[in-house]
Write a protein that binds this ligand. Structure first.
Ligand SMILES: Nc1nc2c(ncn2[C@@H]2O[C@H](COP(=O)(O)OP(=O)(O)OP(=O)(O)O)[C@@H](O)[C@H]2O)c(=O)[nH]1
Length: 541
């Protein structure tokens, strides 16, 4: 029996390899969960992943391939040769980003998205089904950087028709409304600057091909209006062999050609190291920054287009009339559905919140966020508990809502990438109003911290170093930990030393002073001439 065991063992991967390759569910630095983690392990990794928002995300998208046109002959007793009756293939589905107010970050996105494949044409002149669109919802303020592929195009949201009561809410993928909208955009693009595959009829069988194709405007228009959606010139489709037998059925077709696209899927699912490497790679590539921005809910952006369906032999024979000698070749070329376009994008979140809580590590920002809103960030008495911004929503009696972000602890030298470095300074850029959270108790009871006014000076200087004018944003000061012994005196001293901005004494842990702070934040948002912080108005001597 030992040889059986040997055979089984040989089939297993070597132990070292197993240990090195992280599980698929581990996710990555910029990623999220993929699939479900085995019990036990999940509990260990979940807090790390769930801690903060995902504000940068890499995504590969591929439009669905167009379905093949059908090559079929309808024979009858009177017509033994047969009449071409193969229908055109359906267009592949697009991959679309949709801007939504109910989405906060990129944690729910997939790194790979692919539009559905168009159905193949069928005999009796039946057109293949259109591939389903894949729609990913992204937050308001998503900026798109292009690493590879075509520029995405914004879909013009034309009102199409009143909502059908039978439409299932949220079933965007199959919603006729969304498909209409997408079609509008596609046709619009065709009229624009992009070039597409040119479908030409062959009225003149002995002219040269290029000439024939340029003389085909009227039929092309007809073709577009009746069936085809345009695709792009770079999706050249070279067919060397006859694509499929006559009378082939849609069911016989299997999805193919996308294996390469999915082959590297694991790259995205593995670990931080690989993620970082990829990030470096994309840094080295010519990234086109900010090619598009989604700022309004409902906006849609096509990031990868479905390929055009191939033509059926009925259409080819009727509209293009190929010469006998080129017939087979022409049918082979035109009946193959075109592949969808591919893009590699980096999505980045621009404006993350109305209010940014800025403070040194341990000042109590996360505690304050949970006191102001229902957010439940991780709180601990060690520095850098917060590694990514947490966001909470503060709602007033009149339903006015303000988003508050707890920005990871800022330290002196952050602009030189010390501590958590640039990464979080970027988040501050994405807030409208700043609330400086100062720790009144940092020097009390033998603690070796720095006094609140110096904390403020350091914060202001760091922000200004990172981006000039950042501290001119409407600001207020939260003097936290007022409950500690000696904190009242510190607060009085702080008021003497800092001028020009409102200061709110707060005990975040007991929620004291929080109602006044809520009003203060609201006033700051409503104020027509709010003040920023002036370094010259902070006295540290
Ligand atoms: N006495 C007192 N302690 C507080 C108060 N607010 C927060 N703390 C404590 O201060 C410590 C740090 O609180 P956090 O809310 O994690 O501070 P943070 O600024 O988010 O820290 P980082 O994540 O490092 O940026 C925790 O032990 C809190 O319990 C307060 O009002 N009074």
């Amino acid at each position: 029996m030992w040889w059986r065991h040997q055979a089984v063992l040989r089939r297993l991967p070597p132990l070292r390899a197993v240990a090195q390759s992280p599980p698929r569910w581990a996710g990555g630095a910029l990623g999220c969960y993929h699939g479900s983690a085995p019990e036990g392990r999940k509990a260990k990794t979940a807090p790390l992943q769930a801690r903060g928002m995902v504000d940068k995300f890499r995504m590969r998208a591929k439009g669905g391939d167009g379905g093949n046109g059908c090559v079929s002959l309808r024979r009858s007793r009177s017509n033994r040769v047969g009449k071409p009756d193969g229908g055109n293939g359906g267009k592949g589905g697009d991959v679309i980003l949709e801007c939504s107010r109910s989405i906060w970050d990129f944690s729910g996105l997939q790194h790979h998205m692919r539009g559905g494949r168009g159905g193949n044409g069928v005999s009796k002149n039946q057109i293949g089904t259109r591939g389903s669109d894949k729609i990913a919802q992204v937050p308001v303020g998503t900026v798109i950087h292009l690493v590879e592929g075509e520029q995405p195009s914004l879909v013009v949201n034309k009102p199409t028709r009143a909502l059908d009561p039978w439409d299932i809410p949220g079933s965007d993928e199959h919603s006729s409304v969304s498909l209409n909208q997408i079609d509008n955009a596609v046709v619009k693009d065709f009229d624009g600057n992009l070039s597409h595959r040119h479908i030409a009829p062959e009225h003149n069988t002995d002219g040269n091909e290029a000439e024939r194709e340029s003389n085909s405007q009227s039929v092309k228009q007809k073709y577009l209006h009746t069936y085809a959606k345009p695709t792009f010139s770079n999706t050249n489709c070279e067919v060397r062999t006859y694509p499929h037998p006559e009378g082939i059925d849609e069911k016989d077709q299997t999805e193919s050609g996308d294996e390469d696209f999915w082959e590297d899927e694991d790259e995205f699912d593995i670990d931080d190291e690989v993620e970082e490497e990829e990030e470096e790679d994309s840094d080295q590539q010519d990234v086109q920054y900010s090619v598009a921005e989604l700022t309004k809910p409902g906006q849609r952006l096509i990031i990868a287009r479905g390929g055009e369906g191939g033509l059926g032999n009925a259409f080819i024979m009727k509209e293009m009339r190929p010469s006998k000698e080129y017939k087979e070749e022409k049918i082979a070329r035109l009946s193959t559905g075109l592949p969808g376009t591919e893009t590699f994008l980096i999505l980045e979140l621009k404006s993350i919140a109305d209010v940014g809580l800025v403070g040194l590590p341990n000042a109590g920002k996360s505690t304050l966020l949970s006191a102001l809103s229902r957010a439940q960030p991780e709180i601990a008495d060690y520095e850098f508990t917060t590694l990514r911004p947490n966001i909470g929503s503060l709602t007033y009696e009149d339903y006015f809502s303000v988003k508050v972000a707890d920005i990871p602890g800022l330290i002196k030298g952050a602009h030189e990438n010390r501590g958590l470095g640039h990464a979080f300074l970027r988040h501050i850029e994405r807030t409208k109003v700043l609330a400086y959270v100062l720790d009144l108790a940092a020097t009390l009871n033998g603690r070796k911290g720095i006094p609140p006014w110096e904390q403020l000076q350091d914060l202001v200087m760091e922000l200004e170093h990172y981006q000039e004018g950042l501290t001119k944003r409407p600001s207020l000061i939260v003097a936290n930990k007022i409950d500690e012994e000696g904190a009242e005196e510190m607060y009085e001293e702080l008021k003497r030393r800092v001028q020009g901005v409102p200061i709110f004494p707060v005990c975040a842990i007991l929620q004291e002073g929080v109602p006044d702070l809520r009003v203060g934040l609201r006033n700051l948002m409503d104020d027509s001439d709010p003040q920023g912080i002036d370094l010259s108005k902070i006295s540290v001597e």
